[in-house]
Ligand binder design. Structure first.
Ligand SMILES: Cc1cc2nc3c(=O)[nH]c(=O)nc-3n(C[C@H](O)[C@H](O)[C@H](O)COP(=O)(O)O)c2cc1C
Length: 356
């Protein structure tokens, strides 16, 4: 590694990342109607690549037209029009020297049935989040327990969306297994109370994630990347530790590491927090059980925090700093004092005022 680890390249399979700073996935809710983001939202991703980010994630792309969408105006990537809208964006991100990664998700019980054409809400078990939907002030609906049909249908949606991303030219595809959405709901005993082969001990709760990964991998060309994002927290009932202990977390990571994945992305509230009552951070606990390339995220906002985070990871991702500061990469490089943005500062993500 060079004397400036943050600005040294990283080899991720056949891809050389020019530095260690990436744009975290950020939902923008700008795609009503045809599930294609507004042009300025697409342009924003290109601008971050032009301003030095080494990789750029899309917002979480919804995997079907039935039950996957959890927020109004989310994007999809299966129709030719959707693929044709993303292809030039991907090309420009790549021309600017960054990798383009598509993230895909199903909301599960974090459901907003009215924004899905089929108006369904499905989840591993019939449990609604305790919290109300912050956007509507209403309780979340009680979801249907997923049947075998639902499981197969959802997996199919992940596969078709991955195919759309491959057709649009993305370098990598990420399965969103974090933040209390569907895959995370299966992984956590908090939301998965099933007594069939998809519930019970960790390896059984992992079954759905494994089926998604193994169905998606064959449609992603071998030279492109398949990543998985995971967290111990969810957007609703956020006080809940979704996993019980460091042992449980590490078992899960070991199960993931045995799958055909090219990297893991660990999402935290604060990358510095010690996890599960241990002396270790989430990144450190993860690193103890896998050599897979690791991306870390959570309150990384200036050079010091980025360097510190990189000590236990290969890439650092920023959400809010990348969103709100177009010059973040250059200013991190310069060691400029930079603010730690709050969640409320990021609400501009959902307006139709173009971000710089
Ligand atoms: C506006 C906004 C939208 C987000 N949407 C997503 C998303 O679609 N998928 C995802 O995995 N995380 C999403 N996140 C979480 C970020 O990727 C990141 O994990 C979080 O903001 C913490 O990083 P930060 O402290 O650098 O902001 C979103 C965050 C923000 C601020």
């Amino acid at each position: 590694m060079s004397s400036d680890p943050l600005f040294s390249p990283f080899q991720l399979k056949g891809f050389t990342l020019r530095n260690r700073l990436g744009v975290a996935p950020m939902t923008r809710m700008s795609s009503p109607g045809d599930s294609i983001p507004r042009q300025d939202v697409l342009d924003f991703l290109v601008r971050r690549a032009e301003h030095g980010a080494a990789l750029v994630y899309t917002e979480a792309i919804v995997t079907d037209y039935e039950s996957a969408q959890g927020y109004p105006g989310q994007a999809r990537l299966t129709t030719q029009r959707q693929i044709d809208a993303w292809a030039p964006v991907v090309e420009k991100i790549q021309a600017a020297g960054a990798l383009a990664i598509m993230q895909m998700f199903h909301c599960g019980r974090m459901a907003w049935p009215e924004v899905n054409p089929a108006r369904r809400a499905i989840a591993p078990s019939q449990l609604a989040p305790q919290q109300t939907n912050p956007l509507t002030g209403q309780p979340y609906p009680l979801p249907d327990v997923m049947s075998r049909f639902d499981i197969d249908h959802v997996i199919h949606g992940f596969v078709e969306t991955a195919k759309g991303a491959v057709a649009a030219g993305f370098d990598g595809i990420e399965i969103h297994g974090a933040h209390g959405y569907l895959i995370n709901q299966f992984l956590s005993a908090y939301s998965n109370r099933r007594d069939d082969e998809y519930g019970g001990a960790v390896d059984r709760r992992f079954r759905f994630a494994r089926e998604v990964i193994r169905a998606v991998r064959p449609v992603v060309p071998a030279e492109r990347l398949l990543l998985f994002r995971i967290s111990n927290w969810g957007v609703a009932d956020s006080q809940v530790s979704l996993f019980a202990s460091a042992e449980e977390w590490q078992m899960l990571i070991s199960l993931l590491a045995a799958e055909p994945l090219d990297a893991l992305s660990v999402s935290t509230y604060n990358f510095r927090d010690k996890a599960f009552g241990t002396d270790c951070t989430m990144a450190q606990l993860t690193r103890q059980v896998t050599a897979l390339p690791l991306l870390i995220c959570g309150q990384i906002h200036d050079r010091r925090s980025a360097e510190e985070a990189l000590a236990d990871a290969d890439m650092v991702l920023s959400g809010k700093s990348m969103l709100l500061n177009p010059h973040w990469v250059a200013e991190v490089r310069a060691g400029k004092p930079l603010p730690l943005f709050k969640a409320a500062d990021a609400n501009v993500a959902y307006t139709d005022v173009p971000l710089p």
